[in-house]
Write a new protein. Sequence first.
Lengths: 282, 282
Amino acid sequence: MGGSLAMALYQGGLCREVVGVARRPETVQQALALQAVHYATTQLSEALCGADIVVLATPVRSIIRHIQQLSTMTLPPCLLLDLGSTKQAIVRAMEALPAHVQPLGSHPMCGKEVSGLAAADPNLYRDAPWVLVPLARTSEASLDLARALIQAVGARPLVLDAARHDWLVAAISHLPYVLATALVLVVAQLGRNDAMVWQLAASGFRDTSRLAGSDVEMMLDILMTNRTAVEEVLTHALSQLGHLTGLLARGEEEPLRALLTRARTLRTMYANMLPDRDLSTS
Amino acid sequence: MGGSLAMALYQGGLCREVVGVARRPETVQQALALQAVHYATTQLSEALCGADIVVLATPVRSIIRHIQQLSTMTLPPCLLLDLGSTKQAIVRAMEALPAHVQPLGSHPMCGKEVSGLAAADPNLYRDAPWVLVPLARTSEASLDLARALIQAVGARPLVLDAARHDWLVAAISHLPYVLATALVLVVAQLGRNDAMVWQLAASGFRDTSRLAGSDVEMMLDILMTNRTAVEEVLTHALSQLGHLTGLLARGEEEPLRALLTRARTLRTMYANMLPDRDLSTS
């Protein structure tokens, strides 16, 4: 996410200077080689010097640790934005930042299951919704600056409060991940005595299981910082799945047909809402 | 499926004559317009006349009705193949065919969630596994003829018995469909008071829910003719999902990390097995 944003900003000539910060020297070299930044460093304090906008683009709990660390450092007056996938825990941590820093929670809705700088794509944000979660102390000017940044890389800013965001993504992002993971684990369990299962797995399995390939630490941070909402959504899913299983077990074809038809209608309605770039694989 | 096979055979010049049979005159016209067949008709008896290979390409229970209907008609000596997605009920029905007909159950593993002749694609079968389920009465020569047909359209024939096939597809095809359906129903239920849910749904939801857009009558036939296996697999899925939910609810991070890591390793292993054409969207 961070690499893609840096690339979009740098390659599009959208910022005076794009500076990357990474823990490992190899990542610094890679960012330069991939033309993702003007300059990169392993030194956070060096990168912060003179920054107008600071973007935290790591897994959620690492973002929270960075915010705590930044709160103890000398910071320039800046807009501090994060790209984390859950928002309540992050905006809570942002409250502790010094008064001259303008914090703003944010979440671009365009992740891939692949991670790392090698997978960076400057077009990742095009047409994607990008949620903004302002704090009470976030000024209208800071919000406008963030909106300008987001629109510059082709995304669509959308202001939500943190709790509503976390609840929505529990349903449309974290639930699909857990379902994909359960699917892979069940197929592996059933396939323990029949390796043919993997050979036969076709596009249906491929798509439904894709999210199970997501980065584990990233997803664990998401689940652990959104436990209440994810648990509630999973409880609904268990109930719905149990209901479908019961209808099938009892051979109750008519109510089963009604539910499958309803799901198909909703999925078709959703597919028709997708921007053109997504239609080919909808 | 039938349209794609006809197209591959006709456009590739792989058969002396490809004849389509459809219930509706419009489909007959469409098949000719799309260059899927040499000739098409709504009259089954006319199409059967002189046929060497008869392919039944409808939903499973409709295939079974066709087999019953064919058993009462004057049939040429031919190979009778079906493309149905479950096999036990179909090969059982095939037992009643006259002795001069060579029946063979089959299932190409390359469906799309879109159906109908307009979605036909002559390259659909390329590199796809195509399961063959011979009956006791199926001759080696008939099996070889089917293998030749399958290889001619680029697929990979694979002989399995009916029960094993049905159990495998319950896990890798029918379970993903039911999970996708449950996902869409849960998101719709949770989103009843917040339409934002559909606007935020990104690629993760899109891919995981894709199968819920499948043709309902086709899927209902599949589920109703494979109830025992699907129910068993769904029971495993409910148990796995309940386990993941429990770990999350209790905040048991280490066992959760272990399961997510295991699922990711398996999904990566599977992605590495996919033919090249699939890698871009794995």
